[in-house]
Design a protein around this ligand. Structure first.
Ligand SMILES: NC(=O)C1=CN([C@@H]2O[C@H](COP(=O)(O)OP(=O)(O)OC[C@H]3O[C@@H](n4cnc5c(N)ncnc54)[C@H](OP(=O)(O)O)[C@@H]3O)[C@@H](O)[C@H]2O)C=CC1
Ligand SMILES: CC(C)=CCC[C@@H](C)[C@H]1CC[C@H]2C3=C(CC[C@]12C)[C@@]1(C)CCC(=O)C[C@@H]1CC3
Length: 345
């Protein structure tokens, strides 16, 4: 007879735990007394109390050992949005998430917390104080977002009290903080190439940028509130800094903090969007002959020139969420953490 070990509710697995958000989440979970299995395609660090399992999440046999005796799984793995590889996004975010759900059921996991994205409702036009009940985007801005929508639906539909798997999705927006490999490095690269002189539009568009520790806090609150009788089962939750900021003020604060000049000259939004569209088409047509990746993609111009900020009242009410780090402190800590990206370094 085999005796099934009842998973301890302080044992969890983080799929994507080697990544930017994943590692911050792992560090906080350890602080809170959890023991953690990390499942990722790569190992980016070593920490006492963390067991690494390496593999592709599309491979259930590789995943299952990471879920052994685990009651709670965080799924925060995804290919980077910049890869723009439709096949890869579909394989990892859609088929892979189906496999993650099957593995959770087989391994007897009780709770699955997905890192989704607030962009699942964004179509490239203004969203002001958007709530979770906005419909999913019919025309998502890129393949990454298209597959994040399907991924979120799969995870929320898998919530089944009878089967014993409870699920919830966290929708962060514009995550930034120490060790982020995207936002600050892309910005500094653009500044070093002299491309950060211009403000797209009138510069008043408000956006959410969310400090990584607030996103981690939202995930852990969701996991700890996920019980069969709680209202959060099968629902998505916006997690933001709750301080929408002008996109260009945020960019300027980071640039000036790192010793670069803030953008000053305005360009009309429609003109830049049109140029970005032309460049994108040109890159598509010339792809068989030359490969180039424009800095100004239509998607980036839309992100830089429209309002996109979200209401996180539902997380406050159901999870007791409140940001733990203000935007000002988050920016200061982020800037300090990138000495190698400073002007002149
Ligand atoms: N950063 C942001 O602003 C936002 C992020 N999100 C979501 O948050 C989550 C975490 O994002 P972030 O930390 O920025 O991303 P990262 O790329 O830093 O982390 C993702 C991790 O998952 C790994 N991974 C990718 N594919 C697989 C696979 N097939 N099997 C196993 N592991 C895999 C990555 O490895 P490798 O690096 O080798 O690909 C990486 O270690 C993602 O789901 C993302 O969609 C949502 C909103 C905003
Ligand atoms: C809130 C949110 C979804 C943030 C996402 C982060 C990235 C999409 C941005 C990080 C750096 C940004 C950036 C631009 C667009 C959006 C980002 C990639 C530009 C390309 C916009 C046009 C410019 O003038 C240069 C910018 C460089 C930085």
């Amino acid at each position: 007879m085999t005796t099934r070990v009842r998973p301890s509710n302080k044992r969890c697995a983080v799929i994507g735990g080697s990544g930017f958000l994943g590692k911050h989440l792992v560090e906080k979970l350890l602080d809170r007394g959890y023991s953690v299995s990390v499942f990722d395609i790569r190992q980016s660090y070593e920490l006492p109390g963390v067991a690494f399992h390496l593999g592709d999440l599309c491979d259930k046999r590789a995943l299952l050992p990471a879920m052994k005796d685990v009651s709670l799984v965080f799924h925060c793995a995804s290919p980077a949005p910049a890869s723009d590889d439709r096949g890869l996004f579909e394989r990892v975010n859609i088929q892979g998430t189906r496999i993650v759900i099957q593995a959770c059921i087989e391994a007897g996991v009780q709770k699955l917390v997905l890192t989704s994205s607030a962009s699942v409702v964004f179509e490239g036009t203004d969203i002001k104080n958007g709530r979770e009940d906005l419909p999913y985007a019919k025309k998502p801005i890129d393949y990454y977002t298209e597959t994040k929508i399907e991924q979120e639906k799969l995870v929320l539909e898998a919530c089944d009290k009878e089967k014993g798997l409870l699920t919830v999705a966290i929708r962060p927006h514009g995550i930034f903080g120490p060790r982020d490999p995207q936002l600050v490095p892309i910005l500094v690269d653009a500044a070093r190439r002299g491309k950060m002189k211009f403000i797209i539009g009138d510069g008043t568009n408000l956006v959410d940028f969310t400090f990584v520790e607030n996103v981690v806090h939202g995930h852990i609150l969701a996991a700890e509130h996920l019980r069969p009788d709680s209202p959060i089962c099968g629902k998505p939750y916006h997690i933001t800094n709750d301080e929408p900021v002008k996109f260009w003020d945020f960019m300027s604060d980071v640039l000036v903090g790192l010793g670069y000049a803030a953008p000053r000259y305005h360009l009309p939004y429609a003109l830049v969007y049109g140029l970005a569209l032309l460049l994108w088409l040109l890159a598509l047509i010339l792809r068989p002959l030359v490969s180039f990746k424009p800095t100004f993609t239509p998607m980036r111009v839309a992100l830089a020139g429209t309002h996109h900020y979200y209401n996180c009242e539902r997380a406050k009410q159901d999870l007791g969420y409140k940001p733990v780090v203000s935007l000002k402190d988050g920016i200061a800590r982020t800037v300090q953490s990138y000495p190698h990206l400073r002007q002149g370094a």
